[in-house]
Design a protein around this ligand. Structure first.
Ligand SMILES: *Cc1c(COP(=O)(O)O)cnc(C)c1O
Length: 404
């Protein structure tokens, strides 16, 4: 059982007020809040050993390098990768996806197919469209159904010898649907296709094992799991990372440079050109330690309780429709009430101190499927409470009264 009061005390921001009311933070799917241990790690870095890494002989540089490489090992352990050099520290999920999408340019040609799902975040659609434009490959989309799940029978018909890559998020950020990635990976591998899984939305709620999944690439962002913004992960199997060309040229990613020819550094540095987000990487490791100290099983159990409680309470509101009712989903509720614009509900509940997201959630194809401009999205984390849900449900009722 989680001691929620103790956990809440770890997050200084949860003590603040917004518009004269205690903050209720339900926008965790956009970014999570930051515990004091992570803030302390950031302050410690800049107060005590701020320095550039990997090329200094002086003490500060060595301390910073050691801390950064310790963080990489923490990330490796967390995701159970075989080697630490398979963990590329990136600026985030979007950056990680672009490294792979750009790198694949030389591996796909006209006549090849790339499969994505209808539940994707824009950052997992646009880079593949750009890849298709560059190469003449064709983008195929696994359709979704009314409850917000993917049509896996259609996926089976789409996968063929022409398929070179399959891209899917582990969990949909707009609806919370958990996708059957085990099945997706097996089917893709059976035809020799590679799979990239976008874990940005799954990693705050579960602990993926990249070796057990046998996934080729897995990407995530630290800021959605209690870490800072501007840092994230590209996991790639060693064979793939060796095959892919570097994404950016610059310092740190080279072996030898002459004007005639430059040779690249080995993994992971080949993909880490320039000075990385050193402090962010170190803080990412601390954030993973913190989440593991709470325990992902505890987090999942508690968040399911919050999800069920909020779902039941919201459903009592007349005219309220929840989008995304898959059996397996994370603690995300997307909804609308009648024809009220989601933005109007979001604005009124903000006046009452509640942070939710409104709009298309970077997933316009899903909104088009439901024929709506957007939704109100409440997304919970392990530091939220049922009391906060009560406050939120009352606020939505008030908004509906004012707006209808
Ligand atoms: C947040 C999110 C992204 C983008 O992450 P960035 O940190 O902005 O790069 C991509 N995919 C999903 C599913 C997300 O939730």
């Amino acid at each position: 059982m989680l001691d929620i009061n103790k956990i809440r005390a770890d997050f200084p921001i949860l003590k603040r007020e917004v518009n004269g009311k205690p903050l209720v933070y339900f926008d965790n799917a956009a970014t999570s809040q930051t515990p004091q241990v992570v803030i302390d790690a950031i302050v410690d870095y800049y107060s005590n050993y701020n320095s550039n890494i990997h090329r200094g002989v002086h003490t500060l540089s060595q301390e910073a390098t050691d801390a950064y490489e310790v963080a990489r090992k923490k990330v490796q352990a967390h995701f159970n990768a075989k080697h630490d050099y398979e963990m590329i520290l990136t600026a985030g999920t979007t950056h990680a996806i672009n490294i792979v999408a750009t790198g694949f340019t030389q591996f796909v040609t006209k006549g090849d197919e790339i499969i994505v799902s209808a539940l994707e975040h824009h950052s997992n659609i646009v880079p593949w469209q750009m890849l298709c434009e560059r190469t003449g490959a064709e983008l195929k989309v696994i359709p979704m159904n009314e409850e917000g799940s993917l049509q896996m029978d259609v996926y089976e018909t789409l996968v063929s010898k022409k398929t070179k890559l399959v891209f899917m998020n582990h969990v949909s950020n707009a609806l919370g649907t958990v996708n059957p990635i085990d099945f997706v990976i097996k089917k893709a591998h059976a035809v020799g296709a590679a799979v990239l899984i976008d874990g940005a939305q799954a990693t705050p709620h579960m602990k993926p094992d990249v070796q057990a999944l046998d996934v080729d690439f897995y990407v995530a962002s630290a800021h959605k799991l209690c870490g800072p913004t501007g840092v994230g992960l590209l996991y790639g199997k060693e064979e793939w990372l060796n095959k892919l060309p570097p994404y950016q040229g610059g310092g740190d990613m080279i072996d030898q440079v002459t004007f005639e020819k430059t040779t690249y550094a080995g993994l992971p540095f080949k993909f880490e050109a320039g000075t990385p987000n050193i402090c962010g990487g170190i803080a990412f490791g601390v954030a993973l330690d913190y989440m593991n100290s709470i325990g992902f099983e505890n987090i999942a159990t508690y968040e399911k309780e919050l999800l069920d409680y909020a779902t039941n309470a919201l459903k009592q509101i007349e005219g309220l429709r929840i989008y995304g009712e898959a059996d397996e989903k994370t603690a995300v509720i997307s909804f609308n009430v009648g024809t009220i614009h989601p933005y109007d509900i979001g604005t009124i509940v903000d006046k009452l101190g509640i942070a939710v997201r409104t709009g298309h959630h970077c997933a316009q194809p899903i909104m088009n499927f439901y024929n709506i401009p957007g939704t109100v999205r409440a997304s919970f984390a392990f530091y939220n409470t049922k009391d906060e849900i009560d406050i939120f449900v009352e606020a939505v009722k008030r908004a509906v009264m004012m707006l209808s």
